[in-house]
Design a protein around this ligand. Structure first.
Ligand code: GTP
Ligand code: MG
Length: 300
């Protein structure tokens, strides 16, 4: 008797999430991956890099990319951030264009036209529907279907996990046939130090006002892991002396709070005890210095 082995073909591809700042791109990627890979805050321009989140199944591998929100760049750092968005357009197998209830199309016409004339599948997700009425939601659905006729439009709430699984299933259907791009146990392409820097930056975005979070970059100088503990020393770079004082705060209280909160998050992330030492340094105009930006990983 002959036996037949039914072998399913393997699927894999890049699913890149793009959209305006603050619409919930990072919240969605974390929901798909089931890990807190990207930091999330209520401020625009929280994400500065392209961050890969890998989801593996037996016969598929999805490479999600979270990207910075689309803005008109005003300085070199923002130019680099938009470079990450551009690269996400170039290698996507499926595009996720995320909008939030109440917003209009992208101000950047070039990017918007790329979405409208895309040759690959576009999933247009209207996020944050938990915040709006049935009537408004229906109106927006029609608006976006007309605006981007080539897209499949879906209503979601990334925060409340509404329709996230449905979108995920659709992505698996649309994935092209391909062998995996990364080992099946890999979760991201970023090193440990990246997540440390981001955890610290998240607390700075949360606790400081105006220009301060946008003038900050973190560099982790020391990462030493032993069986029981991870010892970390990171520097918080600011652009001006006055900003250094603000970051440290009265008797060091503000900086201490950042340290405590970041350490707690990192202990969860690494599932280990953490010793975190922070200090602040002035690095004049780092945001406009191409060489330094390259050193900090903004080199796409
Ligand atoms: N009500 C509601 N809030 C949401 C939802 N998704 C995200 N948010 C909130 O929106 C804010 C921005 O979320 P992020 O995921 O950081 O947005 P982003 O698009 O990655 O932002 P940038 O990285 O700055 O471009 C946060 O305060 C989230 O908690 C949602 O479905 N409903
Ligand atoms: Mg983000």
């Amino acid at each position: 008797m002959q036996t037949y082995i039914l072998k399913m073909k393997h699927k894999a591809g890049y699913v890149n999430i793009i959209g305006n700042p603050n619409v919930g791109k990072s919240t969605l990627m974390n929901a798909f991956v089931g890990e807190r890979l990207s930091i999330i805050t209520s401020k625009a321009q929280t994400t500065r890099h392209r961050i890969l989140g890998i989801v593996n199944g037996e016969d598929f591998q999805i490479l999600f990319s979270d990207t910075p929100g689309i803005i008109k760049p005003a300085y070199e750092l923002q130019e680099s951030m938009m470079g990450f968005v551009k690269s996400a357009f170039e290698d996507a197998d499926i595009l996720i264009y995320m909008v939030e209830i109440g917003e209009k199309e992208l101000k950047d016409e070039k990017f918007f036209n790329k979405i409208k004339h895309s040759k690959i599948p576009v999933l247009l997700l209207i996020n944050k529907i938990d915040k709006s009425s049935q009537e408004e939601v229906e109106e927006k659905l029609l608006y976006w279907k007309e605006k981007v006729p080539n897209a499949e439009v879906t209503l979601i709430s990334a925060l409340e996990n509404f329709n996230v699984q449905g979108v995920f299933n659709r992505i698996v259907e649309l994935l092209p046939e391909s062998p995996p791009f990364y080992p099946k146990d890999q979760l991201t392409d970023k090193p440990e130090r990246f997540f440390i820097n981001e955890a610290i930056r998240e607390k700075i975005l949360m606790h400081y006002k105006k220009e301060i979070p946008y003038s900050v970059e973190i560099e982790t100088e020391e990462f030493f892991e032993s069986e029981k503990i991870i010892k970390i020393r990171s520097v918080i770079m600011v652009e001006r002396e006055t900003q250094k004082g603000i970051i440290i705060g009265h008797k060091g209280a503000a900086l201490k709070r950042v340290g405590i909160e970041a350490r707690k998050d990192l202990e969860k992330f690494f599932d280990k005890k953490i010793h975190l030492e922070l200090y602040v340094k002035v690095n004049k105009n780092w945001r406009s210095d191409k060489r330094q930006l390259r050193r900090f990983g903004y080199n796409d």
